[in-house]
Design a protein around this ligand. Sequence first.
Ligand code: NAD
Length: 485
Amino acid sequence: MKFNIAVAKGDGIGPEIMAAVLRIFDAAEVQLGYEYVEMGKSYFDAGHSTGMTAEAKETIERLGILFKGPMETPKGKGVKSINVTARKVWNTYANQRDFRSLNGVDTVFSKAGIPINLTIVRENIEDTYGGIEHLLTNDVAVGRRIITRPGSAQVIRYAFEMARRKGYSKLACGHKANIMKLTDGLFLETFYEIAKEYPDIQSSDIIVDDLCMKLVSRPEMFQAIVLTNLQGDIVSDLCAGLVGGLGFAPSANIGDNISIFEAVHGTAPDIAGRGIANPTALLLSGILMLRYLGFTSTAAKIENALLYTLEQGIHTGDFGDKSVPASNTDTFADAIISNLGKMPSKDGVIAQPDVPNKANQDHPAKNKLTVTNGNVKEEMIGVDVFVESNLQPSELAAIAQTKLTGNFELIMISNRGTQVWPTGSIFTELVNEYRIRFEKKEGIEITQKEILHIAADLSESLKVCSVEFLMKFGGKIGYTLAQGQ
Ligand code: NAD
């Protein structure tokens, strides 16, 4: 029996490469049925603010699997990226991107005889991709970076499970917890918590800048790396460069209910409509999807045909030997079809028996809410009030002092995160947004209402931009100190 999936052809080169891939699927007798859904630029243009029709949403939520071509989000209309929205709305929390050297795809590393085979698992929902940004003064924009314990646990557990499934012996966590102590710190802490459940996998962590340096100098050090969203996005494009570019970078966006399979690259507007795009990344994404759905023997058959074709030196215009004429999208797909059943001389995949229909088609009755360790004792310590001001730090401190009630102390003032009062450097340059930190006096209990009063009182003399509470959780401070504090 066929398993039905939703298919969105996408924009730009999307329809061309999707047609090529589905033709290869058909020739390989993939046991899939396709329900085409309406998503992408033309649906934004037709007035659908989410870039998809209500029917498309219903179909994807019913089927649980979306195989999609790249999509363009109209610029300057204030609409959010359809690609990011789809990943977030349907909670596809893990973005798995596999990178391996392919015979016939020359890179600096293949020429040096260094094979690359590594997987990046990128958190897919949180981080700065929440897109929560505000212009607080005409000069100062801020964005919220959201890292959560349940969200981190979901993607990290997925990465460990994937490592085990692939027979990897190690998993590294890339991070910047030396600077972003609470956000990346939480991700890293969760990584080592979950690592305890996987003693068979060697776990380690690495600061993301060092990781980038090591990836380009000694990529063979790594098997799998799990990262937060933005860092994972950047590092995975770096890895695409290691194996020959975006034309060879597949991706799977995995969720508990809905999963999306797509190439890493975009709509390639510069070559769209010319029939010359490379369908390999979308095909590799389709192979990931077949494996995810349990169609492992068909996945192996297609992958072997692709590897065999590449070994023959057959290539599209974006890679390969320039002295050999380039195939177009269709003739490249034809070559793969004619090679179905053949085995490459190197890195051939041994077919495993199929275990079909793994997709979870549960339909939850309400939104899932995850709270961890709700018994941790919380204590309110104070508040950071962010204000717009052109005053000098000491003048601002004088105003803030007048707003103090008996329960609070003025602790410090910072500008762009650097302390400028009570001590600082005359060489610290300022912008017109300050943070003023008030903390309660020792031994006193304070309420949120009292704290908000401080901000309200300050607003009589200064423009308050935003307010952030200072809390302790289980006795640990839940806020950072200013640089120089
Ligand atoms: P892009 O990936 O579309 O193109 C970058 C370069 O790579 C171009 O020179 C292009 O010709 C080439 N390229 C990409 N895919 C190729 C392929 N399969 N074969 C041969 N060459 C290929 O990136 P961009 O130009 O920055 O973005 C174009 C549009 O795609 C934007 O609207 C962007 O928002 C969108 N986009 C969508 C997705 C997605 O759907 N997941 C991802 C990235 C970008």
